[in-house]
Design a protein around this ligand. Structure first.
Ligand code: ZN
Length: 135
């Protein structure tokens, strides 16, 4: 009996701590977690998405982010900025989008804009991170 309870407790602990992150996302995720001062506690995986979306935060049935890395590469977008945007939805609970004017062509003024996030816009990442932290 005691062994069964111990096993049950162990399986609960390990299932809760098992966050699935695709290896290709780990480096950018670690950077973003440190910069934002948070720890992502949901799955973030690479996978195909239907329609135009290149990434998506799902809230149900379990919170998770799916990133269509092929679309991001094809658009010349920044994986790090797309991940930051999805973290805004999933970790900072931003439901909609901020639609402001573009800072420059292809670069949003606010990280929660729905517009594309080109690789060269990574120079604004400090500003984007502050926007989420002060959200
Ligand atoms: Zn969005």
């Amino acid at each position: 009996m005691k062994n069964k309870i111990t096993l049950l407790i162990l399986s609960i602990i390990t299932s809760c701590g098992d966050v699935g992150i695709s290896p290709e996302l780990q480096e950018d995720l670690s950077y973003l977690e440190e910069a934002l001062g948070i720890s992502v506690s949901y799955d973030m995986r690479i996978g195909p998405l239907d329609g135009a979306a290149a990434a998506r935060c799902y809230r149900y049935p379990v919170k998770r982010v799916v990133i269509d890395i092929e679309k991001i590469k094809a658009a010349g977008d920044s994986l790090r900025l797309v991940m930051l945007h999805e973290i805004g939805h999933c970790s900072f609970d931003v439901r909609g989008h901020e639609e402001t004017s573009l800072k420059e062509v292809g670069c949003p003024t606010h990280i929660m804009e729905s517009s594309n996030k080109q690789i060269r816009c990574e120079k604004y990442i400090g500003q984007y991170i502050s926007q989420l932290k002060n959200n």
